[in-house]
Design a protein around this ligand. Structure first.
Ligand code: ADP
Ligand code: ASP
Ligand code: MG
Length: 432
C-alpha cells in the first residue's frame, strides 16, 4: 500500500481537493492519506496555519480578533460548501474551536486545528474514515516521535480500510496537543508510512520534485530524478523547504522510498528519494538565511579540556543551539538562528562568556546565510571550489568554508544580503 501526504497548496480550496480525490482514485494502493491545513491559493493569500497563529497571538494580547477567526471559518465553510460536505457539524466544530482558543488552549492546539478541520472535511468528501492525530501520534518534548505512536497506530489501522489523518500534530506524553515544527505534516506522513510498512510514501506538493536549487530564486532549476535520504536531509537543512529535514528519520531504517510529486501535474514523475541514490555528481544547492555568527578566541583554547562543552552549555542557558560550527587552533565560530536570541540577550551572553572563560575576543553579528552544496562523495570538493570561485567572480564575500565535516556536503558562509545572487551564481557555475 501507498501512504500519500498532500501539502497546503494541494488542499487550498475545493478545486485542489478534487484533484486530490482523482489522484487517490487513480491507484487503489493509495489507501491512507495525510493532509495539511489549507495553504495559499495565490501569492498574496494567507496560509490557514499563519492565520491561526495570528489569531492566538491576538487573543493572548487582548486585541479584538473576531475578523481573523471569521476569515478562517469562511475558508473552511466555503471549501465544505463547494464539496457538498454537510456544514452544520463543521459550524459546531468551528464554534467549539473558537471557544477553546479563547479559553487559552495555547498556540499548538490553535495551530493544529487547521489540519484537524482540513482532514475532517476531506474525510467526509472522500467517504474515508477520519483518525484524529491526537489519538495516535505521541511527540516527545524534543519534538522527536515517541515509540508509543507505532503501537497506537498499529492497533488503530486495519488493513483494507481507507483513512484520512491530519498532519502536523499529535499529543505530548502528558496528552496535551503538540505540533511538530512548521512543515511538519511531512513527518506525520513518514510516521504513518512506517507504521504500515508502506511500499511507498508519496509526498504531493506544488512542484514536480526537488529542484537542484530553490525554484523561487533560480526559476529554471531542473528537478532531480533521484536523491538519497542523506542528500535530502542535508539539502533541507540548508533551506530546501520542499521536504522537512526530520521527515526522513521515521523511515530511515526501513528504506521506504519517498516520491515528491506535483498535485497540479500528476503526470510528472517527480523526485524519488531512496536510501542510496545511483546518481553520481552533485545533487543540488540551497541557501539558508536568518543566521547570526558567534565568533570567539582565546589563546590555547583547546588546551583546557572540557572548554568546548562548557561553552556550549552556557550557550544553551541563553537559549542558543548552534547549527553550524567551525573550529580553529585558538578560535571557534558558531552559526545560529537569529530568532533564538535578541540583541540584548546576545550582549549579556558575550559579557558572561568573556568573563567566565577569560576570552581574548568575542562577538556576535547577525545578517549571515549559509549555502550548502550537496552531492556524491567524489563531487563535493570540486563543487565547493567551483562555487567559491563563482562567488568571487561576482564579488561576493565568502565568510567561511566548511568542507569535510559531512562527506556529502560543503557549507559556505556568506552575508545574507548576497544570498540570492550567490545561489544564482553557484547554480550557473555548477549546473548550467
Ligand atoms: P507543501 O505545502 O506542499 O508541503 P511547501 O511549501 O512546504 O509545500 O514546499 C514546496 C515549496 O518548496 C515549493 O513551492 C518551493 O517554493 C519550495 N522549495 C524550496 N526549495 C526547493 C527545491 N530545492 N526544490 C523544490 N522546491 C523547493
Ligand atoms: N500547516 C503546517 C504549516 O504550515 C504544517 C504543514 O503544512 O506541513 O507549517
Ligand atoms: Mg511542506
Amino acid at each position: 500500500m501507498v501512504v500519500c501526504k498532500f501539502g497546503g497548496s494541494s488542499v487550498a480550496d475545493a478545486g485542489q481537493i478534487r484533484k486530490v480525490k482523482s489522484i487517490l482514485e487513480s491507484d487503489e494502493r493509495r489507501s491512507v492519506v495525510v493532509v495539511s491545513a489549507p495553504g495559499k491559493r495565490n501569492k498574496e493569500d494567507d496560509k490557514i496555519t499563519d492565520l491561526l497563529y495570528r489569531y492566538n497571538d491576538m487573543v493572548r494580547s487582548g486585541q479584538s480578533c473576531r475578523p481573523v477567526f471569521n476569515v478562517i471559518a469562511k475558508r473552511f465553510s466555503e471549501i465544505a460548501h463547494a464539496l457538498g460536505v454537510e456544514e452544520k457539524e463543521l459550524a459546531e466544530k468551528l464554534d467549539d474551536i473558537r471557544y477553546q482558543i479563547d479559553a487559552g488552549r495555547g498556540a499548538d492546539y490553535t495551530a493544529s486545528r487547521g489540519e484537524y478541520l482540513s482532514a475532517y472535511i476531506i474525510s467526509m468528501f472522500l467517504g474515508w474514515e477520519f483518525i484524529d492525530a491526537a489519538d495516535v501520534i505521541v511527540i516527545n518534548s524534543d519534538s522527536t516521535v515517541n515509540d508509543e505512536t507505532y503501537a497506537r497506530l498499529s492497533k488503530r489501522l486495519e488493513s483494507g480500510k481507507r483513512y484520512v489523518i491530519p498532519g502536523f500534530y499529535g499529543v505530548s506524553e502528558q496528552g496535551v496537543v503538540k505540533t511538530f515544527t512548521r512543515g511538519g505534516s511531512d513527518i506525520t506522513g513518514a510516521i504513518v508510512a512506517r507504521a504500515l510498512s508502506a511500499e511507498l510514501y508519496e509526498n504531493w506538493t506544488d512542484v514536480s520534485g526537488v529542484a537542484a536549487a530553490d525554484p523561487r530564486i533560480v526559476e529554471d532549476a531542473a528537478s532531480v530524478p533521484e536523491l538519497s535520504y542523506d542528500e535530502v536531509r542535508e539539502l533541507s537543512d540548508v533551506g530546501a523547504s520542499v521536504f522537512h529535514e526530520e521527515a526522513i528519520a521515521p523511515i530511515y531504517h526501513l528504506g521506504i522510498p519517498i516520491n515528491i510529486r506535483n498535485t497540479n501535474r500528476p503526470e510528472d514523475a517527480g523526485t524519488m528519494i531512496v536510501p542510496q541514490a545511483k546518481r553520481g555528481g552533485l545533487a543540488g544547492i540551497s541557501v539558508k538565511g536568518g543566521l547570526s555568527r558567534l565568533s570567539l578566541r582565546r589563546l590555547m583554547l583547546f588546551k583546557r579540556s572540557g572548554m568546548r562543552h562548557a561553552l556550549l552549555t552556557m550557550l544553551h542557558i541563553f537559549g542558543i543551539r548552534p547549527c553550524y560550527s567551525l573550529f580553529g587552533i585558538d578560535s571557534i565560530v558558531w552559526y545560529f538562528d537569529s530568532r533564538m536570541a535578541s540583541e540584548s540577550v546576545c550582549h549579556s551572553m558575550c559579557e558572561r562568556l568573556k568573563g567566565e572563560f577569560a576570552l581574548d575576543e568575542i562577538s556576535v553579528d547577525s545578517g549571515y546565510a549559509v549555502m550548502g552544496i550537496v552531492g556524491s562523495r567524489d563531487s563535493i570538493a570540486k563543487g565547493c571550489m567551483d562555487a567559491v570561485a563563482a562567488l568571487s567572480r561576482e564579488g561576493i564575500d565568502v565568510v567561511s568554508v566548511n568542507l569535510g565535516s559531512s562527506e556529502i556536503s560543503a557549507l559556505i558562509g556568506i552575508h545574507e544580503k548576497d544570498a540570492k545572487a550567490a545561489l544564482k551564481a553557484a547554480y550557473a557555475s555548477l549546473f548550467d
